[in-house]
Each structure stands twice: as C-alpha cells, then as structure tokens.
Design a protein around this ligand. Structure first.
Ligand code: F6P
Length: 360
C-alpha cells in the first residue's frame, strides 16, 4: 500500500450536531500520524474546483468540538454523479470532475461524513477507485449497521426538553399538545423523546395509526382525571390507508420535504375529542446547537477510528458503533438500507405496556 500523506475530509447531507467534533478528531489524529488533512467544502461539490478546499491544521479545529453545524458546509441534495456540470475548465460529467480534482489535490484517501445519500455516493466513488472511509451521520438514527449515529442523542435531548415544557402548559390549560419531530422513514427520535418525555401517544412511520384509537386513549385519560395529553408525531408518520404528508415533492436533486402531519393530527384529535388542541413543529431546532457529551464522544471515536482505517488501508468501509466498540463495516452492506424501529423492539413493547398508544 502506498504511504498515506494527505487525506481529504468532507461533510454531506443534512447537518447533525457532532460533525465538527468528527472533523476535529480526523484532523488531530491524522496530524499526529504525520498525515495532512484537506477540508473539502460543501460535500463532494467541493471537489469540483481547486479553490473549494483548504488545508486544516490542528490549530484550525481547536475549539470546534462543541459547535453545531459544520465548518466545511454541507449539501442535502440527491445523487449528482451522472449530471453534466459547468466548471472553470468547461463542461464535465460530475463524477469525472470530482475524480480529476481529487487527483489534482494529490489526496491519498477521503473521509466522507454523511448520511444515506453520502454513503451511496461514496460507494459509487469507491467502485471508481477512490479510497474512502465513511462516517455515518443522521439525527434520524436510521443508518443500518451502527447502533447510534452522533446527533441523535442531541436531537432526543432537545425534543425531550421541549416536551417537558409543553407538559406544563398542556396541564395548565387541560389541552392536547401535539409535537412533530423529525424522522422521515424511522421513528427513533419520536420513540425515544416520547418515552423520555412521558408522551401518551407516539406516532411513527413504522406503525400507520388509527386516529380514533389515539383519541380513545386520550379520552380515557380524561376519565381518570388527567385532563391533558401529549402526542409525539414523527414527520414521516401517516394514518392507516393514508400517505406521508409532504410540503414539497421531490424535484431535480432536491428530495421530498416532509411536514404537516402534526397539524393534521392536532385537527383530527380536536374533531374526535372536542378538546382544545395545539401543535408545535420542532423542525430544524433539533439539528442545531451544541452536541451532547454522548455525541461529542461518539463523534470523536468515529473520527479517530476513520483515520485508523485510512492508515490500515481499509477502504470501502464505514465506522460503526457496536457497543461497546467502534468497528468497521463494508459500505456495500449498509448502503441503500434503512434502519427502522422493529415492531418487537423492547422500548415499543414497554411503552405499550405502560399505556402509551402508537395508534395501532
Ligand atoms: O435526515 C435528517 C433530516 O433531519 C430529516 O429528519 C428531515 O426530513 C430532513 O433531514 C430535512 O432536511 P432539510 O434540512 O434538507 O429540509
């Protein structure tokens, strides 16, 4: 294996608290191993021109451990590989141009930090001969092969705090409060924050819900004397026989945008129960702010492990959390799959045994 002297690092997909912690760990671990790191801006788009990247020294990443966002910028758009683009050297095919700039930057390997989209793009570039190690990222926690992605714990902590705040106002007004959280195809955030926040109903994409059953559960609470209720809804949840609620359909490189199910559930519950209902969308607040200590540690471990894999020449891999260890998995084993909440997951069963309804 040729010696590794210079690597690139990039962040792709929607941001998640902990991206900067990974970048910092990569730069510091690489520097201490005699490897220079080049930070590439705006995901793989940063490899379309020579001036969209910069050398990152340990000094450049000092103090970013606790910062949300990403110092490199990111893009949450579809797979651009086959598209034709304009460059400073004329029109090119996207993938050819990325490979060209990668070579001109004299990089020996790449660490790509991102979600399912970035994994898919990385997988294709690996097959074209680019040596890549991936670091999984998503607050939705739906990447196969890793128990946790950094960002998930931070999102759950934020959503739990929001639910706690909504509890007091819901109780004061004897209202139903509906909280819409992120989670396109998997209900991990809704499930964990819902249980941690003591929600009475948790609606997730894996379990199409019957609003009448949800309403029944809330009416039962009224009978016991608990005149308020908290309902947590994942953005990708949908009623039995219905479809996911979109605010924008997919077009070009832009993925479909979800949203609106919280308001729909709110209105439907008002109709079913006659109670005052209000809804709140937590949205991108869940992706902002400082990562929790758990996410900082996980992100740091992922970053350190990714450099170790680069040094060992283990490319086409993704670092993963298999408690208590950080391990390597083959990208082709995880790409194109979604880790959804299993129906027999103990947390679902326990929540149900405590009386939480999933609307099924
Ligand atoms: O994939 C993470 C996620 O936070 C989803 O839960 C959400 O649907 C999506 O990103 C929103 O992406 P954007 O910021 O591009 O609207």
């Amino acid at each position: 294996m040729p010696p590794i002297r210079r690597i690139g690092v990039l962040t792709g997909g929607g941001d998640a608290p902990g991206l900067n912690a990974v970048i910092r760990a990569v730069v510091k671990a690489a520097a201490n191993g005699g490897i220079e790191t080049v930070g590439i801006e705006d995901s793989f788009d940063g490899l379309l021109e020579m001036d969209r990247s910069r050398v990152l020294t340990p000094r450049d990443v000092t103090g970013i451990l606790r910062l949300g966002g990403t110092i490199l910028g990111t893009l949450n758009t579809g797979n651009p590989l086959t598209s034709e683009i304009q460059t400073s050297d004329g029109p090119r095919r996207y993938a050819d141009r990325v490979l060209e700039i990668y070579r001109r930057l004299e990089l020996d390997a790449l660490v790509a930090i991102g979600g399912d989209g970035t994994l898919a793009i990385s997988h294709e570039f690996c097959q074209m001969g680019m040596p890549i190690v991936c670091v999984p990222k998503t607050i939705d926690n739906d990447i196969v092969g890793t128990t946790n992605c950094f960002g998930f714990d931070t999102a759950v902590a934020f959503a739990t705090d929001a639910i706690d705040r909504l509890h007091t106002t819901a109780e004061a007004h004897k209202r139903i409060l509906v909280v819409e959280v992120m989670g396109r195809y998997a209900g991990w955030i809704a499930l964990y924050a819902g249980v941690a926040g003591g929600a009475d109903a948790i609606l997730i994409p894996e379990i199409p819900f019957d609003i009448a059953l949800v309403a029944q559960r809330l009416r039962d609470r009224d009978k016991w004397g608990a005149k308020f209720s908290i309902v947590v809804v994942a953005e990708g949840a949908y009623p039995m026989g219905g479809t996911m609620s979109l605010v924008e359909a997919a077009h070009g490189r832009t993925a479909e945008r979800l949203g609106g199910i919280g308001a729909q559930v709110c209105e439907a519950l008002h109709g079913e129960t006659g109670k005052e209902t209000r809804s709140v969308v937590l949205g991108h607040l869940q992706r902002g702010g400082a990562p929790t200590s758990f996410d900082r540690v996980l992100a740091t471990r992922f970053g350190g492990k990714s450099v170790e894999l680069v040094q060992r020449g283990e490319f086409g891999t993704m670092v993963a959390f298999a408690p208590p260890d950080i391990i390597a998995r083959r990208i082709d084993d995880v790409v194109g799959k979604t880790k959804t909440v299993p129906m027999d997951f103990d947390l679902v069963m326990t929540a149900k045994s405590l009386g939480v309804t999933f609307g099924d």
